[in-house]
Ligand binder design. Structure first.
Ligand code: ATP
Length: 287
């Protein structure tokens, strides 16, 4: 049996450039991995793919992205034996943190090892793109700008180190609903180039100033508690705050360790799920 870590991501920026004729949105997003992670366990089976999960809201059949990743790899590489996939979920579900995509990416990396396939990360990312557009980024982890549907990846320097406070209100958000409610002509675009420059120069203040997410107003309109959470996080002392992905999770940066407990305890008072984690920043390498 082998295991693989599946870290969550946050969006430092998320921009929507246009709606494509195929119905997908053309996006540009800078993402980075944080040390809040699921752990997946892979156990060889004679045949078939089974899924077990510690979280009852996660599907345990072919709707699970980890199941789809295993199935695709099996078919592509003509593997006849099976696998039991156990998901120890720590990443909140439907939260804007790419939990499912990261489980699928970790399944690809792990099965590559378990089945001795010898595929590169680039090849695994290409396979992952067939299942979901956040999966290629999750295959590599670290920090990157994703464009196209999200599947074209360019690696970037790790952000300046800081604490990341994550707070998920007790609501779930469907990514499709948020994109559906987006008026592309009315978007306030984040400064993606400015964020890239902040990362290149490891400028913490500039990174904080350049945070931006084009989906945030849409989710906030539907769920006003997201705006309240952002305000509270700033009030308790976070340096900068933003909603991740399509939400509803809000994250805040805190540079000084002495401030972390204050923000964490303040949020814990009224938000059920709060985490204080570190950036991971660096890319994942094949074991
Ligand atoms: P993203 O940020 O990529 O939009 P998310 O964090 O908002 O993703 P996920 O946690 O990946 O959302 O889950 C979204 C939906 O996908 C869930 O409601 C669930 O039904 C389904 N799903 C499929 N596989 C998984 C998985 N391994 N873990 C969690 N959810 C999964």
């Amino acid at each position: 049996m082998i295991s693989e870590k599946a870290p969550a991501k946050i969006n430092l920026t998320l921009d929507v450039l246009q709606k494509r004729p195929d119905g997908y949105h053309e996006v540009e997003m800078i993402m980075t991995t944080v040390d809040l992670a699921d752990r997946i366990w892979l156990k060889p089976l004679d045949r078939g793919i089974t899924i077990r999960s510690s979280e009852r809201y996660v599907p345990n059949d072919k709707r699970n992205l980890a199941w789809q990743a295993a199935d695709l790899l099996r078919k592509t590489c003509h593997i006849s034996h099976g696998v039991e996939i156990t998901l120890d979920k720590n990443i909140p579900v439907a939260a804007g943190l790419a939990g499912g995509s990261s489980d699928a990416a970790a399944t690809l990396r792990g099965l590559n090892r378990l089945w001795n396939l010898g595929l590169t990360l680039d090849e695994l990312a290409e396979l992952g793109a067939q299942i979901g557009s956040d999966i290629p980024f999750c295959v590599y982890g670290g920090t990157a700008i994703a464009s196209g549907r999200g599947e074209q990846i360019r690696h970037l320097p790790a952000p300046p180190n800081c604490w990341v406070l994550l707070a998920k209100p007790a609501i779930s958000v469907s990514t499709a609903d948020i994109y559906g409610g987006l008026d592309v002509s009315a978007i306030r675009h984040p400064d993606t180039a400015g964020m890239m420059a902040a990362l290149e120069t490891a400028d913490y203040g500039a990174m904080c100033r350049q945070l931006g997410n084009a989906l945030e107003p849409v989710t906030m309109q539907l769920h006003p508690q997201v705006a309240v959470l952002k305000e509270q996080m700033l009030k308790f002392g976070a340096d900068a705050v933003l909603m991740s992905g399509s939400g509803p999770t809000v994250f805040g940066f805190v540079q000084h360790e002495s401030q972390v407990a204050r923000v964490y305890n303040g949020l814990k008072g009224f938000c059920p799920e709060v985490y204080a984690v570190r950036m991971m920043g660096e890319r994942i390498h094949l074991a």
